[in-house]
Write a protein that binds this ligand. Structure first.
Ligand SMILES: [Mg+2]
Length: 144
């Protein structure tokens, strides 16, 4: 098994009997809220150590955020690697054709005139998601 975050978190979910549907799936409001709370807790821990450190604590909390984010994607049946690839594709269009980069005063890279927004819906539809809760007749079968 590879050591990509998606594979590692899938291994965790299978070991602990957590949901991991094979296609993008709406979950119960209770589970959705629980996942949101877990991620908020980890994000707060990153904020807490971002300035004061130490560096090993920051690394730990950043990894926790990624781990929980992948877990949240997994319980929703989302292949997050594919979504990240789409976000990356979009982000790279912030670079002008001449290599120019527009930045905000704090250094954040801004969207230029060649920017193309990510199409996350299309990515999820390729994974079998039907917007507004429909059921795809082409979706692969769910795991047992
Ligand atoms: Mg933590």
């Amino acid at each position: 098994m590879s050591s990509s975050p998606a594979d590692l978190v899938r291994q965790f979910h299978l070991a602990f009997g957590l949901d991991a549907p094979a296609t993008p799936t709406e979950v119960s409001p209770r589970l959705a809220a629980h996942r949101g709370e877990l991620l908020a807790e980890e994000a707060a821990e990153v904020a807490e150590v971002s300035v004061s450190g130490p560096l090993d604590r920051l690394a730990h909390e950043l990894a926790d955020v990624v781990y929980v984010a992948y877990g949240t994607a997994l319980v929703h049946g989302i292949d997050l690697d594919a979504v990240i690839a789409e976000i990356h594709r979009s982000n790279m269009t912030k670079l002008g054709p001449d290599g120019s980069v527009a930045r905000r005063a704090d250094g954040k890279v801004l969207k230029g005139e060649h920017y193309r927004a990510p199409d996350v819906s299309a990515v999820l539809e390729r994974q079998g998601w039907i917007p507004d809760g429909g059921v795809s007749c082409h979706a692969p079968a769910h795991s047992p």
